[in-house]
Write a protein that binds this ligand. Sequence first.
Ligand code: PGA
Length: 244
Amino acid sequence: MKKKIIVGNQKMNFNVSQAEFFISQIKDNINTQECDVVIMPNITALDRVGQLIEDTNISLGAQNVYFEDNGAFTGETSVEMLAALNVKYILVGHSERRKFMDETDEIVNKKVIKILQKGITPIICIGETLNERKNNETNEVLKKQIIKALKNVENTKNIIFAYEPIWAIGTGKTATSLQINETFKYIRNVISNILVQDISIIYGGSVKPSNIDEIINIDGVDGVLVGGSSLTNDFVAIVNFEEK
Ligand code: PGA
């Protein structure tokens, strides 16, 4: 059976010493035999966290990257620079970046192509707003995001999609099992018209210890992307979920 993947996106939280403390708290308590665990600290803590998890099965992930190789792009970071820190996964198109940093589908696509060229796994975030769901536009929105993200992408297994309904991020609300199941089926169907390989799809949006067992066991769910709960001991409970 495919190993589930649990990704902790710590967003703009934790300076280096706080990130160090967090890793020291969770490191010995999480069971990485049953699933792949990825921690995405703030960029300033990437190097240090990478060192601290070197002797574990936890992988390092980055929250963002730029699509150019190097040069006059003040403040940006290349895939190559992240690869040198042993980063294995990079988040692309998170709804917060789409909203606050104008990350468009075209930018997402350029990043995906560059990340794949360097052999790293992009985790591509897609999702609808509450209004779009209410107006029955969810499928249309997701289809557009998927097609644009995968433009000119060659067949590869090395991609993960994260379905994150925007209305469930940081709100405490989660999509129902039925919504997740139906939406995942739709996403998988759209992707299968573009790529031959069966790629992983994970769910994000207010994942917490009280709902992890239900969400992770939904048919088609390959893992979860965790925001708020990746900043506390809740993350340990999430990683130690019960597979049914
Ligand atoms: P949340 O965030 O778990 O705090 O809802 C999820 C995410 O933004 O990836």
